[in-house]
Write a protein that binds this ligand. Structure first.
Ligand code: TYM
Length: 332
């Protein structure tokens, strides 16, 4: 039976890349009558130091962001990673299955640790094994993510396959990444060669899910572009990263294909296209930001939702962990 799992780190602000690359897909999958589990991965967040008060705030705000975007705690299991201890327990097993070499080849590790790997936390290195545990402790079959997580999901498949092989079982499923839509890699609004990210020091580089209507419109007006008119076919965007990014964002927000968008706006200058994009982005994103603020006024309710989610989750994860321990030969 299919089961969907995905997670987002509660570190810093949620942004349009998270929304278009991940959350929109989470909502689509929730609508398909399959079991869906969505997670704030607080244990991944602490692989780099987080201020405790900020972590607590970001975790609740991320939950508010999920709910405001249309993830329903009635239809999906909504959890905070550290509240479901089986994630960390299975991660230890996977630390012993995965190889150092596999981890060392992860581009995210190389980017984040850089030349100073000596000073990086051990957790940052082991990060992908915890991610594999997140997914496999549910026997999840489908994982909706943005393009930057593809390599981690390939590693998840390698870990599942090695465990199955080492113990001669057919226990963990080989998970399918789901990387869909027109904006699987949203770029910075200031530089079309950089990914939109929470860690970019320039706030103008991204649209935060907490931005109000005026801020959203202003950031789009100021987004970097080139002087040419929009092409009428996707091929015409090839060497125009900023133009391509804005068209991709438009298509994803409107749940259209890039070709369908260009059929409509091809030939227009950015002076005409940007106000249209701003209007669309405000219409889609501003109500989410308003709803997030409303939900954040009652954090006790958010905490109740997460406590209930953890209870539902453990009905799935506890038996899978127990069986894993039996397979390995642990007495208990
Ligand atoms: P994180 O928190 O960096 O990002 C959360 C999700 O948002 C997507 N994303 C983007 N998509 C398009 N354009 C962008 N600019 C952009 N930036 C981020 C990411 O691809 C991701 O889907 N390791 C994960 C969290 C995680 C996880 C998991 C995901 C932990 N365990 C298990 C899936 C399954 C991460 O750091 O995502």
């Amino acid at each position: 039976t299919p089961r969907v799992f995905s997670g987002i780190q509660p570190s810093g602000d949620l942004h349009l890349g998270n929304y278009l690359g991940a959350i929109q897909g989470f909502v689509r999958m929730q609508a398909q009558d399959i079991q869906t589990v969505y997670c704030m991965v607080d244990m991944h967040a602490i692989t780099v130091w987080q201020d405790p008060a900020d972590l607590r705030h970001s975790t609740r705000e991320l939950a508010a962001g999920f709910i405001a975007s249309g993830i329903s705690p009635e239809k999906s299991i909504l959890i905070n990673q550290s509240q479901v201890p089986e994630h960390a327990q299975l991660a230890w097993v996977f630390n012993c299955v995965a190889r150092m070499g596999w981890m060392g080849r992860m581009t995210q590790w190389k980017d984040k640790a850089g030349k100073n790997a000596e000073k990086a936390s051990l957790g940052l290195f082991a990060y992908p094994a915890l991610m594999a545990a997140d997914i496999l402790v549910y026997h999840a079959t489908h994982v909706p993510v943005g393009e930057d997580q593809k390599q981690h999901l390939e590693l998840t498949r390698d870990i599942a396959a090695k465990f199955n092989h080492d113990y001669g079982v057919d226990f963990f499923p080989i998970t399918e990444p789901v990387i869909e839509g027109a904006a699987t890699r949203v770029m910075s609004l200031r530089d079309g060669s950089k990914k939109m990210s929470k860690s970019d020091p320039s706030d103008a580089s991204r649209i935060n899910m907490t931005d109000d209507a005026d801020t959203i419109a202003k950031k789009i007006r100021k987004a970097k572009t080139d002087p040419d008119a929009l092409p009428s076919e996707a091929a015409g965007l090839e060497d125009r990263p900023e133009a391509r990014n804005l068209v991709n964002i438009y298509a994803a927000l409107n749940e259209q294909s890039v070709d369908a968008v260009l059929a409509e706006v091809g030939g227009q200058q950015f002076g005409t296209f940007k106000p249209k994009l701003a209007e669309l982005a405000v219409a889609k994103m501003a109500p989410i930001s308003t709803e997030m603020a409303r939900l954040m006024a009652d954090t006790a309710e958010i905490d109740r939702i997460l406590a209930k989610g953890a209870e539902q989750a453990r009905e799935i994860t506890a038996p899978i962990l127990k069986r894993t321990y039996e397979i390995i030969g642990m007495v208990g």
